[in-house]
Design a protein around this ligand. Structure first.
Ligand SMILES: [Zn+2]
Length: 353
């Protein structure tokens, strides 16, 4: 057995940085993640992310506010709840032109799909976490209805819903909104997760999602919230310091398979974890929220289920996690936040709120 040179937790500026330093297997992406807890306190001489100024409830220059003028010249209606419209600069469209013929090895297809923007509220200055109970539930119901329409009525194989939140994620407009992409193309993370779920079944005869829930509950240290239908936790194999998964306990493929009660309990769990992210520091976390759903036409026996993932991009107050050489170049994540400790911080941030 090799002697370990590092064997103690380290304290820097009053914060304990754990010596948890190991590779952990990510069962859904079938790759290793390196937890490097000892690097959390490394010196940083680069810039810090500024706290955003509180936004007014209405900004006349905002293209997402009620009555706002969009880049296409269209004006938004004076909406007073949720407003969904087709993106003026879509990445995928049913009007995308036919591709040029590809040469040799290369392959192409039309960039077919529909991209929509969904404003959660007419109030320019709110965050998703600040919506009232009914409003948050309404947002989830519109996610469900949009998925139903785009999959079952328009026949798109995949519906991917996501919110980019904060300037760190490249969003300069704070108006609370998300995007909905419906495509006939399957995105590669979904393909990977589908294959991993299938391979796990072939190897163990078990359901990978049930196994994740069982293992997280058995350990217990990373759980953030739990109700009758949902479990929220920082996964054992988190790739980012404050990463959060919300898994449904039932095998539901898409949001529209969930009874009202499960959508309601989703809104409770989602608020709990969003509030934790908001109150970690004086700067609210920036995050990517995504709703992962099974593709249309997945065989009945397949175990894949709909779930939510939050990928926060700050590793400390004002400190951005850069996806640099190892992450982007090698496709391997170094996480310098120890999931057990990050879950503790998140639970503390949410206490009494
Ligand atoms: Zn606005």
């Amino acid at each position: 057995m090799k002697a370990h040179r590092f064997d103690k937790d380290r304290v820097s500026h009053g914060v304990v940085f754990s010596m948890t330093w190991e590779n952990r297997w990510h069962p859904l992406l079938e790759r290793w993640v390196t937890i490097t807890g000892h690097r959390g306190s490394r010196p940083w001489q680069g810039g810090q992310v500024e706290a955003p100024l509180p936004a007014a409830s209405f900004d006349p220059a905002c293209y997402l506010c009620p009555g706002g003028q969009r880049i296409s010249g269209q004006r938004n209606p004076e909406y007073d709840e949720i407003f969904v419209f087709d993106n003026d600069h879509p990445a995928f469209s049913v009007d995308a032109p036919p591709p040029e013929p590809a040469v040799g090895l290369f392959e192409s297809q039309p960039a077919d799909g529909i991209c929509r923007v969904m404003c959660y509220s007419p109030n320019h200055g709110l965050r998703l976490s600040q919506l009232g109970n009914d409003q948050l539930l309404q947002v989830i119901e519109v996610w469900r209805d949009q998925t139903f329409e785009l999959m079952t009525e328009q026949g798109f194989e995949q519906v991917f819903i996501f919110e980019n939140n904060g300037e760190v994620v490249g969003v300069s407009n704070p108006h609370p909104h998300c995007q909905i992409f419906a495509t006939s193309l399957q995105f590669s993370t979904l393909t990977q997760e589908l294959q991993a779920t299938e391979r796990y079944r072939a190897k163990t005869e078990g359901d990978l999602f049930d196994a994740m829930i069982r293992s997280e509950r058995e350990d217990g240290r990373r759980i953030l919230c739990e109700n009758s239908d949902w479990l929220g936790f920082v996964p054992y194999f988190a790739e980012l310091p404050y990463e959060i998964m919300l898994l449904p306990k039932g095998r539901r493929r898409q949001l529209f398979q969930m009874p009202d009660q499960e959508l309601e309990s989703l809104s409770v769990a989602l608020r709990q974890v969003l509030v934790m992210l908001d109150h970690l520091w004086s700067v609210p976390q920036s995050y990517i929220l995504s709703i992962r759903q099974a593709p249309l036409g997945l065989p009945e026996a397949h175990d894949y289920r709909c779930y939510l993932k939050l990928q926060p991009l700050l590793r400390g107050p004002g400190l951005q996690k850069y996806l640099a050489g190892i992450e982007t170049g090698a496709g391997h994540f170094l996480n310098d936040g120890v999931p057990e400790i990050k879950a503790e911080e998140l639970r503390a941030a949410g206490q009494g709120r």
